[in-house]
Design a protein around this ligand. Structure first.
Ligand SMILES: [Zn+2]
Length: 45
């Protein structure tokens, strides 16, 4: 039987961190921008 835990489907882009929240807080990838769900920061692609 598979013992691996299910991987959560994340919309977060690897490598993009929030400059306000610091490393570890990834920005979520949107259609034409990245946004932080924690502080509301976003930047354009
Ligand atoms: Zn943030």
């Amino acid at each position: 039987m598979a013992k691996d835990a299910k991987k959560k489907p994340k919309a977060y882009v690897v490598g993009k961190n929030c400059p306000k929240c610091g490393p570890g807080n990834k920005l979520a990838g949107h259609k034409d921008r990245f946004g932080c769900g924690k502080c509301g920061y976003y930047e354009r692609k």
